[in-house]
Write a protein that binds this ligand. Structure first.
Ligand code: ADP
Length: 319
C-alpha cells in the first residue's frame, strides 16, 4: 500500500470538506493509506500529519470551511523548511500529495516537487475563480449562492425604502464574482477591475430611469475596482438624488454549506487527482475546461496571469 496526503493552503472555500471526505474514501478504495496534513504547509513543517480513515470524515460533507485547517506559511518559502517537510513525509512513507489551494499554493508545491520529486497534484480552490488555465475553481458556486441570497435580501429592503445599495463582493483583482452576481441578480450597475469606469457615464441613464419611476438601484462592485464604494454611494445621493447605503459582504462569501455543484466538483476533482497520481501525472493541476477535466503542469497554470473570459466580459455591456 502507498501513502497519500492532502492539505489545504491559502484562503479556505466551501467545498474543501466534501473534497477531504471523498479523498479519504477514494484513497481507501484504491488501496492507498490516506493522511491529513493540518494547517497547510505549516503542518508539513511541524509534522502535524495524521493517518485517517472513514470515521475521520463522517458528518463533514455539508459543512463549509475545512476540517483540516488552512494556513499561509512564510517558512515554506524557504528551502530549508521544505527539506524538513520532506523529511516528515519520508518518515511516514508518504510519496503523494494533494493540495487544495490557489496559485500561490501551487507555486509552493512546484518548488517542493522540483527539489524533492514528491508526486503532487493541485486542485484549484478559491472563490475568486482567478486561476489561469481552469474555468472553475472549487468554492465558486457556493460563494455565488451566498452572494445571491444576500443580494436578494438587500433588494427587499432597498425596494421598501427607495434606496440605492452599493454591494461590494470579494475577488481581489478579478471581477468574476461581481459580474456573475450582477447578471443573475438583475443589478442596474456592475463595476469590475477588468473594465475601467467613469461613474458619471451612468448619470443620464439613471436619471431617466428615476424619471420613469425607478424606486431603487442595486449596484454590484468588485473589491478590486479603483473607487471607494462610499464615493459611489455619495454620487448616487448627490447626483442621482436617491438615498444610498454601502454593504460590504466580506467573509460570509467564503462560508456556508457547500452547494450540490461544489460537492459534485469536489468529488470529480479528487477522482482526477488520485487517478492522475496513480498514473503518469506527477506535478499537475486539475483544470476544468470546455473540454472537461484535464491535467496541466503547475508551470503552465502559474506561469501566466489570469484573464477573465472575453465572452463573459462582453455580457457586462448589457448590464
Ligand atoms: P493562494 O494559494 O490562495 O494563492 P497564497 O498566495 O497566500 O495563497 O499562498 C499560500 C502559501 O503557498 C504561502 O503562504 C506559501 O506557504 C506558499 N507559497 C506561495 N508561493 C510560494 C513560493 N514561490 N515558494 C514556496 N512556497 C510558496
Amino acid at each position: 500500500m502507498s501513502n497519500i496526503a492532502i492539505l489545504c493552503s491559502g484562503g479556505d472555500v466551501s467545498g474543501m470538506n466534501p473534497a477531504i471526505k471523498h479523498f479519504v474514501e477514494y484513497s481507501l478504495k484504491k488501496d492507498l493509506t490516506p493522511f491529513f496534513v493540518y494547517n497547510g504547509y505549516e503542518g508539513l513543517i511541524d509534522n502535524d500529519i495524521q493517518e485517517v480513515s472513514y470515521r475521520d470524515v463522517s458528518g463533514i460533507i455539508n459543512r463549509g470551511g475545512t476540517k483540516i485547517g488552512s494556513a499561509r506559511s512564510k517558512r515554506f518559502m524557504n528551502p530549508e523548511y521544505r527539506q524538513i517537510a520532506k523529511d516528515n513525509l519520508d518518515a511516514l512513507n508518504i510519496n503523494m500529495l494533494v493540495v487544495l489551494g490557489g496559485d500561490g499554493s501551487f507555486r509552493g508545491l512546484d518548488a517542493f516537487y522540483k527539489e524533492h520529486s514528491i508526486k503532487s497534484c493541485g486542485i484549484p480552490s478559491t472563490i475568486d475563480n482567478d486561476i489561469h488555465g481552469t474555468d472553475y475553481c472549487l468554492g465558486v458556486d457556493s460563494a455565488l449562492n451566498i452572494i445571491r441570497t444576500s443580494i436578494d435580501a438587500i433588494r427587499d429592503t432597498a425596494s421598501s425604502f427607495n434606496r440605492a445599495f452599493i454591494i461590494e463582493t470579494m475577488g481581489r483583482d478579478c471581477g468574476y464574482l461581481a459580474l456573475i452576481s450582477a447578471l443573475t441578480s438583475g443589478a442596474e450597475l456592475c463595476l469590475i477591475p477588468e473594465r475601467e469606469h467613469n461613474i458619471s457615464d451612468y448619470e443620464d441613464n439613471f436619471k431617466t430611469q428615476m424619471a420613469h419611476g425607478r424606486k431603487y438601484f442595486i449596484a454590484i462592485v468588485s473589491e478590486g475596482i479603483k473607487q471607494d464604494p462610499q464615493e459611489i454611494a455619495k454620487w448616487f445621493e448627490e447626483t442621482i438624488g436617491i438615498e444610498s447605503r454601502v454593504s460590504i459582504l466580506g467573509h460570509i462569501q467564503r462560508g456556508g454549506n457547500p452547494t450540490s455543484y461544489d460537492r459534485l466538483m469536489a468529488y470529480k476533482f479528487v477522482n482526477y487527482a488520485i487517478d492522475g497520481l496513480l498514473g503518469s501525472h506527477t506535478n499537475s493541476v486539475i483544470c476544468y475546461t470546455k473540454d472537461g477535466f484535464i491535467y496541466k503542469s503547475i508551470d503552465e497554470v502559474t506561469g501566466s496571469a489570469f484573464k477573465l473570459d472575453p465572452d463573459l466580459l462582453r455580457l457586462l455591456e448589457d448590464v
